[in-house]
Design a protein around this ligand. Structure first.
Ligand code: DON
Length: 572
């Protein structure tokens, strides 16, 4: 076992540190208990964690009216598209891990946005080769071919019990009858309104002002689009009236998505990625997701006996945690991309030899790397992207992250459809070494090519024990997604925290560039002395929100929606 120490051998320092740690744990656990009831639910039949109480309720209601977990997932996903247009929508894309208890099989559905046929490597560069600011982020050119409708309907077709009409009914009603605008939605509109096109402003503004918290948001056009999807299935979105409206708006506004792009869109079934960790099997989404980098970090840490490291010297533990993240994200920036276009060396990245070499590198360093390259993420707030985790007593489960990428995506609504279009083209590397909205640098493997899928941080994950599904989890949060899932897994499996604390406990994050440790304020007293070793900190709330469900051996089901957000889980 490879060990490492910051050599804090001054007895006073150790005593002071321990007293501070006890006070910290006392205060933190106290505050967790206070908030827990909003963000935690339990039951024995069904559990779902989403980012809005009404989406969780929609899933639960569909399950209770004779649907299964897969119906509940599709219902909750369509509902959250209506409830959180700042995060996801029918014109977005995503990943879903799906486990059927009957077959024991786990499937990975990739229904992420893809680059249109007319896209090319230089499409966001000016004649001098410089990146044109915001062109991959706002407006028609930023839009990738959407996959959510095809992905969700494929899963429903294969696994659902109920009709599409029943499953989409909650979403239809929420769009048609409206719901109360909540703080997070109001603020997201406020922050995005200046870049919205007139059709978007029509829906989300009143007299030029963002809809106020407590006012009612009705989305009649979106209700009509959902109704048409109920009638015509996926063809509505990819071939019929809705497709025609999308293509017409593209033509008029110099967008590049064609009817052929829509018609040719394919959901890709990928082989789930799995590793052993202690007595568990952890399954995550393969490339173009970042599941492999999450696993690389986890396997790296497994080699360090982190439990004793954390017990004996928390500073060493956090330093190792940060260094493992730096390595994982460095590899992400080089190797991350669409595996159908270039090799992502999954086996090598996870091989013991490679991980040992990287560990030796870290141990040889007495100070953190001094490097000031890289850009800050555009925002550290988290309004965008969403995750749904759902499970039943049999162990049927779905873990799915989906998104329109940035806050309100491209900020374009296609007139007459109510559809917020994604801006997921920004997840490509607009040129080698350029940062995207999350401050992530991309390499050659993530350059744009027609029909290619951009690299993603979304990493829906399952944990199994003896072949039984135990935990489904995932998160929105851009670059913070893999490290948030990582720490939730460690909290639960390594440090034996309960499900709620595993999600709620404060986190750190490092993404190679910028060279900063993003840490939650509650950890400040615990880790700030790492500055002596060359680390620079940015104390900020962790922008990832974890949504987790768990099925204990006793049959008890837990659902947790991260208290960093406004989501509410449901269970019975
Ligand atoms: O796929 C990705 O990596 C991004 N489009 C996810 C964006 C996200 O999670 C935003 N969260 N705050």
């Amino acid at each position: 076992m490879l060990r490492w120490s910051l050599r804090f051998n001054n007895a006073d320092t150790i005593i002071t540190f321990r007293i501070m740690a006890v006070i910290f744990i006392f205060l933190f656990v106290g505050s967790c208990k206070e908030q827990k009831s909003n963000y935690y639910a339990s039951g024995r039949t069904f559990a779902i964690a989403t980012d809005h109480a009404l989406a969780s309720e929609a899933g639960k209601k569909i399950f209770q009216s004779g649907g299964n977990v897969f119906d509940a997932y599709v219902a909750a996903s369509f509902a959250i598209s209506v409830l959180r247009p700042q995060s996801t929508g029918l014109a977005g894309g995503g990943f879903a891990l799906v486990k059927s208890a009957k077959t024991g099989k786990i499937e990975a559905y990739d229904f992420r946005e893809r680059a249109p046929q007319l896209a090319d490597e230089k499409m966001y560069l000016d004649s001098k080769g410089n990146v044109i600011e915001n062109q991959s982020l706002f407006g028609y050119k930023a839009i990738g071919i959407p996959g959510n409708v095809k992905g969700l309907l494929s899963i429903h077709n294969k696994y659902g019990y109920l009709s599409l009409e029943q499953v989409l009914d909650p979403a239809y009603r929420l769009a048609n009858e409206g719901f109360s605008v909540y703080e997070d939605l109001h603020t997201a509109i406020e922050k995005s309104k200046d870049d919205m096109n007139p059709a978007a402003r029509n829906i989300f503004l009143r007299k030029g002002e963002a809809l106020k918290t407590g006012s009612v948001l009705v989305q009649k056009d979106l209700a009509n689009t959902i109704q048409n999807i109920i009638l015509h299935g996926e063809r509505e979105f990819y071939e019929l009236e809705t497709a025609a409206k999308i293509v017409k708006a593209m033509r008029v506004n110099q967008g590049i998505i064609s009817l052929k792009d829509l018609k040719d869109y394919k959901v890709i079934q990928r082989k789930p990625l799995s590793i052993n960790f202690k007595q568990y099997e952890i399954i995550s989404f393969p490339p173009p997701s970042s599941g492999v980098f999450l696993f690389e970090i986890l396997k790296f840490l497994e080699n360090q006996d982190i439990k004793s490291l954390n017990d004996e010297s928390p500073l060493d533990y956090y330093r190792m945690l940060v260094e493992s993240m730096r390595i994982g994200y460095q590899d992400r920036s080089i190797h991350g991309g669409d595996p159908d276009f270039s090799l992502v060396p999954v086996d090598s990245l996870l091989s013991q030899d490679y991980l040992t070499d990287r560990t030796m590198e870290v141990l040889a360093k007495s100070k953190a790397q001094v490097d000031s390259s890289g850009e800050m993420p555009k925002t550290l707030e988290s309004y965008n992207t969403t995750h749904i985790s759902v499970i039943d007593s049999m162990g049927n489960a779905v873990s799915s992250t989906h998104s329109v990428n940035y806050i309100f995506g491209s900020r374009i609504v296609i007139p007459g459809t109510g559809l917020i279009m994604n801006d997921t083209m920004d997840d490509f590397a607009t040129s080698v070494g350029t940062s995207n909205a999350y401050g992530l640098v991309g390499g050659i493997k993530n350059l744009i090519k027609p029909n290619k899928t951009p690299l993603s941080s979304m990493s829906p994950t399952f944990i199994q024990e003896n072949g039984q599904l135990r935990i489904a989890l995932g998160a929105p949060g851009g670059s913070f997604i893999p490290t948030a899932i990582l720490q939730t897994i460690l909290n639960r499996l390594e440090f034996n925290m309960n499900p709620y604390e595993s999600v709620a406990s404060p986190r750190v994050h490092h993404q190679f560039q910028p060279n900063l440790v993003f840490a939650e304020e509650e950890l400040s007293s615990k880790i700030k002395s790492m500055e002596e070793f060359g680390y620079k900190f940015k104390f900020t709330p962790n922008r990832a929100k974890v949504f987790m469900v768990e099925r204990e051996k006793s049959g008890l089901l837990h659902a947790v929606s991260d208290p960093r957000g406004q989501g509410v889980p449901a269970a019975y």
